[in-house]
Design a binder for this molecule. Structure first.
Ligand code: ARG
Length: 480
């Protein structure tokens, strides 16, 4: 029987059962079969080109690989306990299907360059998919922001009401964070595809006349790794994907945390749609934002995946060490988690029904306009230090009387801060928003401009996300 083990000639004894089971990796690496077969096709073509496969042998191998792809696609590939890894399984099956010619395909390659290639291609695909899903979440946020561009909303620091903002601005803040994640995923993908590693062999290149450039071109790489030892030892691309994924997961988690707060009765900002809420098995009245909680919860494991891979790598001598077999599980785990979370959270965001009145009422409270009063005093010539002090004293006096800035009459504020002849306008939250109309401010017109900018990026090639959204152009600013 053909073995799914690609070594053994130099041993007298068969592998120990426990040692074998420790080494088997098919449960994980079978998910890289598409990439592995792409590499094998390119390799068969290269062997044929240099005359190491006869045309008939080349045809037999190519058609055998196609048959294997179909079996894998249809879930009827016959995996065996004696297959050590994906590479061993494919070679074993190729020989079963096409005979001894299948044994020729291993010439001129090693599992070390093979698995490095497989994982690179897989990571690049995963980045493309995560980019699309992140764009989906940004779109859900943009749609909500469009509907709420001019809704008053309290802005927080320290989770204390600080200054008024617009709900559109608040939602877009999350969308812009995600835009940087898209930039990082694009970076990770582009660097992953920058260097092809096939031809590195085990670590020292090949004595056969195979051309690394042809592998690179066939597989969609932009260039070739300059050093075979680095090529088989390098897992930076997997770390870069995981670190972009971890940062993305942290942003997802911060948004999720806010959704949980907003959905609470205490905040009362928004109701999560039925389809994205869950009930309690005991408390009939419950309506829980589980999707947001799970999004927050999965972030822990994505961060763990990044740390796991870095830890695996940190002590490894060059070049390939079997520890590297542990690189795949964290990468797959993190990508799987985000592939589940991103669409579910996008739907949750789209389902949010915000309470405009409640937001406006809370935005106006809590002394949110105290800064506006102090800045108005500055416009009237008072040094900010003194203005801050005087408004603070006014707030403290009102507090002693059991009142707030919002309860105070404009003329009362005006007489205490006598430089202010427009106290009424200064205490109107809607006007407070209109005043904040510089670039990056929450004024409704600025939110709409941001939204247009974001939409442009969402519709463009994600590679654009590597550029800053607003390049500094002082001349254009001066003309405007
Ligand atoms: N299954 C291995 C991995 O995932 C493939 C490379 C094995 N190389 C070796 N020299 N044993 O890393």
């Amino acid at each position: 029987m053909t073995q799914g083990r690609l070594w053994g000639g130099r041993f007298d004894e068969a592998p120990d059962e426990a040692a074998w089971r420790l080494g088997v990796s098919t449960d994980v690496d079978q998910r890289l079969w598409r990439e592995d077969l792409a590499g094998s096709r390119a390799h068969a073509d290269e062997l044929a080109r240099v005359g190491l496969l006869e045309p008939a042998e080349h045809d037999a191998i190519r058609s055998g690989l196609t048959a294997i792809a179909t079996e894998l696609e249809e879930g009827r590939f016959p995996w065996r306990d004696t297959d050590e890894d994906l590479h061993g399984a494919v070679e074993r099956r190729l020989i079963e299907l096409r005979g001894d010619v299948g044994g020729r395909l291993r010439a001129g390659r090693s599992r070390n360059d093979q698995i490095a290639n497989d994982l690179r291609l897989w990571c690049a695909e995963a980045a493309t998919s995560l980019i699309a899903r992140t764009r989906g979440l940004q779109r859900a946020l943009a749609d909500q922001a469009e509907a709420t561009a001019d809704w008053l909303c309290p802005g927080y620091t320290h989770l204390q009401r600080a200054q008024p903002t617009t709900l559109g601005q608040h939602l877009l803040a999350h969308a812009w964070a995600l835009d940087r994640d898209v930039g990082r995923l694009v970076d990770a993908r582009e660097r992953t595809l920058a260097t092809s590693v096939l031809g590195a062999g085990a670590l020292a290149g090949l004595t056969l006349p195979l051309d690394p450039a042809r592998y690179a071109a066939a597989l969609g790489y932009r260039g070739i790794a300059p050093n075979a030892m680095d090529a088989v030892a390098d897992r930076d691309f997997a770390v870069e994907l995981l670190s972009a994924a971890a940062m993305l997961a942290v942003h997802v988690s911060r948004l999720a945390e806010e959704i949980v707060l907003w959905a609470s009765e205490e905040f009362g900002w928004a109701r999560v749609g039925d389809a994205f809420s869950t009930g309690s098995s005991i408390m009939p009245q419950k309506r829980n934002p589980d999707v947001a909680e799970l999004a927050r919860g999965k972030t822990g494991r994505v961060i763990g995946d990044l740390v796991a891979l870095l830890t695996t790598l940190k002590g490894l001598p060059l070049t390939y060490d079997r520890d590297l077999q542990e690189d795949k599980a964290p990468v797959l785990d993190a990508v799987d988690a985000l592939e589940l979370v991103l669409p579910a959270l996008s739907g949750t965001v789209a389902s949010l029904a915000f309470d405009r009145e409640r937001l406006a009422a809370t935005a106006a409270g809590g002394g949110a306009l105290a800064t506006d009063l102090a800045e108005a005093l500055v416009r009237a010539g008072v040094p900010f230090r003194a203005a801050h002090e005087r408004v603070g004293e006014l707030v403290a006096r009102l507090e002693r009387e059991g009142r707030t800035l919002e309860d105070a009459e404009p003329h009362e504020v005006g007489s205490e801060l006598f430089e202010l002849d427009d106290a009424e306008a200064l205490l109107d939250p809607a006007q407070a928003l209109e005043r904040r109309d510089a670039v990056l401010g929450p004024a409704p017109a600025r939110v709409r401009a941001q939204l247009a900018l974001l939409r442009q990026r969402l519709d463009a090639d994600p590679v654009e996300a590597r550029q800053p959204p607003l390049p500094l152009d002082l001349e254009a600013e001066a003309e405007a």
